[in-house]
Design a protein around this ligand. Structure first.
Ligand SMILES: *Cc1c(COP(=O)(O)O)cnc(C)c1O
Length: 401
């Protein structure tokens, strides 16, 4: 059993090597040889379905030496824009770069404030900091764990330029309430890294604000074979600016009216993303079926709280996050039983060393802090079997004190 490539855990390092190490397996009560560990994310089935298309596509790119901004890049951008229901998609090197470029493109910089939920991947806040603006953190809704519009309303100031609506775990933040929470000139920017194909009241993630950023980190619903990301917008000027930012501030070769970066979507990654995009709806549907099955299997437990879906949301289940008492004990027991559960995220952004300069202390965001001690992400990926899910839930029930 190989470690799943690029699972969320590679980055958060929760499971790094743990569930799959022989020592751990040996400690299980059942005979080690008879039961395969169940990883948090298993990307092998997806690869098997498209391996031939990718091999042929890559051979073609290599043949043409079209590594940088080859024709496959605009072809993918066009099809992903259509998939998301927006006019423009601009492929870049990572989701974090996409966030930074989108923020810069709406002219956010030093002296500005951007409201960001404290329960997110750190990049939601670091992208803001990288523009020179100040991330103003906000607590989350206790049931959905999405950014809380009341908190946003309380934390807005005359310097607030944008709200970063993070569509966490695969469901869209309540955009219409966020809109009401701030003045009209404040921009809503979407962090749609976990929400490929998600909808709110029928409208697609990525098309609900002034602009959106998304990530194609390998473990995301639509994942590349390395780092990749994109900006999404209906605004031609924002798209033009991101296109310049990703390519040294240039539109015409060797002319650089602005400072920029080197962060283009690789042609080889565009081949992978186009191949996977064709199956994304099917794979999202498989995630949804698996999520429904987990919720059914968890019925009758008064200690395991299943995830909440906001009314109006079509969730794409990037992560299936339950809440349990004594989470760290439960997680340890699951790992010993070969179940690759994870935590998204164990430390809220306001308690990360990188954001110490914001001056927060424990207790500042009680909802996110409490959640960070209870949340547990269960294995979920297209192709997870009923038997695997039954085993996860049976081990989870045994593990909860
Ligand atoms: C993955 C992720 C990012 C960052 O994307 P990268 O491609 O890894 O830079 C940003 N925000 C959220 C919510 C994410 O899940």
């Amino acid at each position: 059993m190989t470690r799943p490539i690029g699972s969320q855990d590679e980055r958060t390092s929760f499971l790094r090597g743990s569930v799959l190490e022989p020592e751990v397996v040996r400690h299980r009560s059942a005979p080690a040889e008879s039961i395969e560990p169940i990883p948090l994310v298993d990307l092998r089935m997806q690869h098997a379905a498209i391996a031939d298309v990718i091999a042929a596509g890559w051979a073609d790119v290599i043949d043409r030496s079209a590594f940088i901004l080859g024709d496959e890049v605009p072809a993918f951008e066009q099809s992903f824009a259509t998939f998301c229901g927006v006019r423009h998609c601009v492929g870049v090197g990572s989701g974090t770069d996409a966030l930074e470029f989108v923020l810069r493109a709406v002219e956010i910089g030093p002296g500005d404030e951007v409201i960001v939920p404290t329960n997110s991947f750190v990049a939601s806040a670091s992208a803001v900091a990288r523009t020179g603006a100040t991330p103003v953190l906000a607590d989350v809704d206790p049931s959905s764990l999405l950014i809380d519009p009341r908190e946003v309303h309380e934390r807005r100031t005359s310097k607030t330029k944008a709200v970063l609506a993070v569509h966490l775990f695969g469901q869209v933040a309540p955009m219409e309430l966020l809109r009401q929470a701030v003045d009209d000139e404040v921009k809503l920017i979407e962090d749609a890294a976990q929400a490929h194909g998600a909808r709110r009241n029928g409208v697609g993630a990525g098309s609900l604000g002034a602009a959106a950023a998304t990530s194609f980190y390998p473990g995301k619903n639509l994942g590349a074979y390395g780092d990749a990301g994109a900006a999404l917008t209906n605004d031609g000027e924002i798209a033009r600016r991101v296109t310049m930012l990703r390519d040294h501030g240039s539109e015409i070769k060797y002319q650089h009216p602005d400072l920029g970066f080197n962060s283009r979507l690789d042609t080889l990654q565009a081949v992978v993303l186009s191949a996977k995009l064709r199956s994304l709806r099917t794979w999202n549907e498989q995630r949804r079926e698996a999520a429904v099955r987990y919720t059914e299997l968890l019925q009758g437990s008064d200690k395991i709280v299943p995830p909440a879906v906001l009314p109006g949301n079509e969730h794409v289940w990037h992560l299936y996050v339950v809440r349990v008492p004594q989470r760290d004990v439960v997680l340890e027991r699951l790992h010993q039983a070969g179940i690759g559960a994870g935590i998204h995220y164990p430390t809220p952004i306001h308690l990360q060393g990188a954001f110490e300069y914001l001056g927060h202390r424990p207790g500042d965001f009680p909802v996110a802090e409490q959640a960070s001690k209870e949340i547990l992400s269960l294995p979920l990926y297209p192709g997870i079997t009923v038997e695997q899910q039954e085993r996860v839930v049976s081990e989870l029930r045994k593990a909860v004190p």
